[in-house]
Design a binder for this molecule. Structure first.
Ligand SMILES: CC(C)(COP(=O)(O)OP(=O)(O)OC[C@H]1O[C@@H](n2cnc3c(N)ncnc32)[C@H](O)[C@@H]1OP(=O)(O)O)[C@@H](O)C(=O)NCCC(=O)NCCS
Length: 188
């Protein structure tokens, strides 16, 4: 049995995009949409890339931070029109998930840049300040927690996940999360 505690954070696009948090530029970086041809160029190099085209076809949106065509960071966004983020049960919210920075480029602010890029994308897709945008991280993932808070997200709740792999069971308990558009408490 495994037991995970996920911190859940929320921000409004207005509050994030008003701040100049994308500091410390390193080299020339491009923030690009992950479309099918671009995903094809990443094959074998990015963890979990085999899922990316199915995710795109399911309605998630992805971004790539690249330097001279080499991947540096990837990140994904679930929207009210897509299924829930892949690790959660309920949807109906703008929710950032599955971000990853290349191991040799960590600690340079790329995840923070990705978070801001995904907030910009959510705003373009119609995310209003009243609904906000969410992201979660394992409470034990110190770099992720530090980056999320530094960008300006505020903690709003917790998700407890218990997996009993012997029985193929995953229990997800949202605590303190606001209701989404369909009235369900949080994505959970
Ligand atoms: C989590 C992850 C995406 C962070 O990527 P990154 O590009 O290195 O993140 P950033 O550089 O933007 O920010 C990391 C912050 O954590 C800080 N940090 C690094 N290690 C830390 C630690 N052990 N304790 C506390 N803070 C730490 C960094 O100093 C930085 O903060 P700063 O800008 O205030 O100095 C990356 O470690 C990763 O890909 N991990 C594997 C996948 C994963 O866990 N994804 C979950 C995302 S929810």
């Amino acid at each position: 049995m495994t037991f995970h505690v996920l911190n859940v954070y929320r921000a409004t696009p207005g509050s994030i995009l008003a701040r100049d948090v994308v500091a410390r530029p390193v080299g020339r970086l491009d923030l690009l949409d992950l479309d099918e041809p671009r995903i094809g160029t990443l094959a074998g190099s990015v963890p979990g890339v085999a899922q990316f085209i199915p995710w795109l076809r399911a309605g998630y949106r992805g971004l790539l931070l690249a330097e001279n065509s080499a991947w540096v960071c990837v990140g994904w966004l679930a929207t009210p029109a897509s299924p829930p983020p892949v690790h959660l049960r309920n949807g109906g919210a703008y929710w950032i998930f599955n971000c990853h920075t290349r191991a040799d480029r960590r600690g340079e602010g790329h995840y923070q840049r990705m978070l801001v890029g995904l907030v910009q994308l959510a705003a373009r897709l119609g995310c209003a300040d009243e609904e906000g945008i969410f992201v979660d991280a394992l409470a034990s993932n110190a770099p992720a927690v530090a980056a999320i808070e530094r960008v300006g997200f505020r903690r709003v709740g917790t998700i407890i996940q218990v997996e009993i792999s012997r029985l193929g069971l995953r229990l997800t308990v949202p605590i303190g999360l606001p209701r989404n558009r369909t009235g369900v408490p949080g994505p959970g």
